[in-house]
Design a protein around this ligand. Structure first.
Ligand SMILES: Nc1ncnc2c1ncn2[C@@H]1O[C@H](COP(=O)(O)OP(=O)(O)OP(=O)(O)O)[C@@H](O)[C@H]1O
Length: 631
């Protein structure tokens, strides 16, 4: 396109004006409203094509057509010329505008030059200043350069340090990753611990409530136990008295039965005597009657003869003596009758006494039964309270026994110092060990100090043995490093009765209890199933009690039954006392402590070494206890 837009007017391309590229004579002229050429634009090619256009005509001599074509051509030329003229006008206007703009620009340019000059001067001044400052800066630069050099040196050093730091950072970041992983796991653990802590807190609070309840129960139980104990003591005393009374009454009864027998015999003799006397009396009466008749007849005869024979003294004497005899016989009869009456009343009294004694004996039997019932009830209460106390003390308890220093210990102690805190809360429960300047504190259910005797240790254990005797499952075992005193605690020193260990003492307690409870109707069935009873004290104990407990050495799995419970109830309890020889057994024993059943016995036999001593006790029925002793 040539030219610029004219005052916003758009010009159309000449080819469009022509209707197509070729401007043939048939092409119709475009009408333009407003101006001759309207908004038509001409390109150079258009103008050249228009100028060099030749008139074409089919008929050379058709002038009219040629004239019309010429007119058309002239019209287009005019249009083109007018466009040129308009364009020229526009150019002139544009030129004028440009000139004024040029002037304005020249003026501005001048002003700019002036300003530039001023600026140049200013710049010169600034340059001067800058040069001055450059000089000073150069000086400074030199300084800075030296400083930079020093800084570079330090930078190199720093870089090295940084490298080392980077390396340590890398290792630290590795560690950090590890720590993060650990932290994550620790966080998880903390979360789980927190959960557990919450649970434990809940459990703790419920336990505290339960504990306070139990404590009130315990105080009540203590009071009841005291009362029960008092009652039991009173009952035992009463029973003792009753037994004494019963015995004396039984003695009395036997003596009175014996005396009754005597009296009966006496009575029989007396009755015989009475019968004899009666017969005699009868005889005497008959005699008397006869004599009386004789006397009467004699009296008649005498009166007859009195008249006839005066003073026949012989007959009178005879009569007198017969009268005397009759009197004597009367007296004898009265005595015999009195004796008979007396023996009857004596027999009646004896019978009454016998009946009274029979009633007393029945009453005493009832009292005895009551006392025995109370005793059994008291025993049950004692068992329950004992078990409650043991449960309150803790079902699983860990005691620590500190062995005294031995002669050959001094070299191996390496400055270990033991101390026992005296704080009330931890009294007899805690031990502090200082080793190489570091203090370690341990808390147990009880700490036995080195000077504690075997008997004092057994006092704690005896409650558990009692619990086993009461039908609960108990497992006691010693665990510790070599030479720490396990065997000493469990077995004791051979040949030194005062230093007997827990196992012989437990056995003694069991045998004593068996003896003591025999009169209460308790029957204990014991069984020893030991492959080898290697401890002298235990062997002696077992053989001494062989009769009462039917212990047999070397017998496994044998059982004796004395009495069956009417209901067929079977209660099984275990008492396991072990001197542990390897840590492998601890898990087994813990398992056993948890289950405390005699199921794992065979395994124990197979695995255990000679020094193991497992003591199991089985309570069968209400009043039966069976004890197994295993190696
Ligand atoms: N409380 C104690 N009082 C006196 N002497 C003790 C005491 N405890 C242990 N001993 C003695 O210490 C020594 C080692 O004890 P013991 O044999 O009982 O240890 P242990 O733990 O059974 O060892 P191991 O595991 O080797 O069988 C023994 O001579 C024992 O007499």
């Amino acid at each position: 396109m040539i030219g610029t837009p004219n005052n916003g007017r758009l010009r159309l391309a000449f080819s469009l004006v022509n209707g197509s590229q070729d401007l043939g004579p048939d092409s119709t002229p475009v009408s333009h409203a407003g101006s001759e050429c309207g908004a038509i634009e001409f390109t150079r090619e258009d103008v050249e094509a228009l100028v060099s256009e030749k008139m074409k005509s089919k008929n050379k001599f058709n002038y009219k057509e040629r004239c019309e074509n010429m007119m058309e051509y002239i019209k287009r030329l005019r249009l083109c010329i007018r466009w040129f003229q308009e364009l020229e006008g526009e150019y002139a206007f544009e030129q004028e505008k440009l000139r004024s703009a040029l002037e304005l620009t020249e003026r501005r340019c001048y002003e700019m030059e002036m300003a530039l000059k001023n600026k140049d001067e200013e710049m010169n001044l600034i340059i001067l200043e800058l040069r001055n400052s450059l000089a000073s800066l150069q000086e400074q630069l030199v300084k800075v350069e030296s400083e930079k050099k020093a800084a570079m040196d330090s930078l190199v050093k720093e870089k090295e340090a940084r490298d080392s730091i980077e390396r340590s950072k890398a290792s630290l970041s590795e560690e950090l990753d590890k720590v993060r992983a650990e932290l994550d796991s620790a966080n998880q653990r903390i979360a789980s611990i927190n959960d557990m802590y919450k649970l434990l807190q809940e459990y703790n609070s419920s336990l505290q409530i339960y504990n306070s309840k139990l404590q009130t129960d315990v105080t009540a139980a203590h009071e009841t136990i005291k009362r029960g104990e008092k009652e039991r003591l009173a009952a035992v005393e009463n029973l003792h008295n009753l037994r004494g009374e019963h015995k004396s009454l039984q003695d009395q009864l036997t003596s009175s039965i014996a005396s009754q027998d005597g009296v009966m015999k006496q009575k029989d003799a007396l009755l015989n005597e009475v019968a004899c006397l009666r017969m005699e009396l009868h005889q005497i009466k008959d005699d008397r009657d006869q004599y009386q008749q004789q006397a009467q007849s004699l009296a008649v005869e005498a009166s007859k003869y009195k008249e006839l024979v005066t003073n026949s003294s012989g007959l009178e004497e005879k009569c007198l003596s017969q009268g005397n005899q009759i009197q004597i016989l009367h007296d004898q009869l009265a005595v015999a009758e009195r004796k008979l009456q007396m023996s009857d009343t004596f027999a009646l009294e004896k019978r009454k006494e016998f009946e009274g004694q029979k009633e007393i004996i029945e009453e005493l039997h009832k009292c005895l039964e009551d006392a025995e019932f109370k005793l059994i009830e008291g025993e049950k209460l004692r068992k329950k309270l004992h078990n409650t106390i043991l449960e309150l003390k803790g079902n699983i308890r860990v005691f620590c026994r500190v062995r005294p220093q031995l002669a050959d210990d001094s070299s191996s102690n390496h400055g270990k110092v033991f101390s026992y805190p005296t704080v009330m809360e931890y009294l007899d429960r805690s031990i502090d060990m200082t080793h190489n300047g570091q203090k370690h504190s341990f808390i147990f259910d009880k700490v036995f100090m080195p000077d504690v005797s075997q008997e004092e240790v057994f006092v704690e254990i005896s409650q558990l043995v009692q619990s086993a005797l009461d039908g609960y499952k108990v497992c006691i075992f010693a665990y510790g490093q070599t030479g720490s005193g396990k065997t000493y605690t469990m077995m004791g020193k051979p040949g030194q009765p005062d230093e007997k260990g827990l196992i012989p003492r437990s056995l003694e307690q069991i045998f004593q209890t068996i003896q003591a409870l025999q009169h209460q109707g308790w029957r204990y069935e014991m069984q020893v199933s030991m492959l080898e009873i290697y401890n002298e004290t235990i062997r002696d104990l077992l053989s001494t009690n062989r009769d009462s407990s039917r212990f047999e050495n070397g017998v496994t799995g044998k059982q004796y039954m004395i009495k069956h419970d009417a209901n067929g109830n079977t209660q099984v309890s275990d008492l396991t006392i072990v001197d542990v020889q390897s840590s492998r057994e601890v898990s087994f024993l813990l398992d056993r402590a948890a289950q405390s059943r005699s199921v794992g016995r065979t395994q124990m036999n197979e695995q255990s070494s000679r020094s193991h001593f497992v003591f199991t006790m089985r309570i069968t029925g209400v009043n039966e206890v069976q004890v197994d002793v295993l190696p």
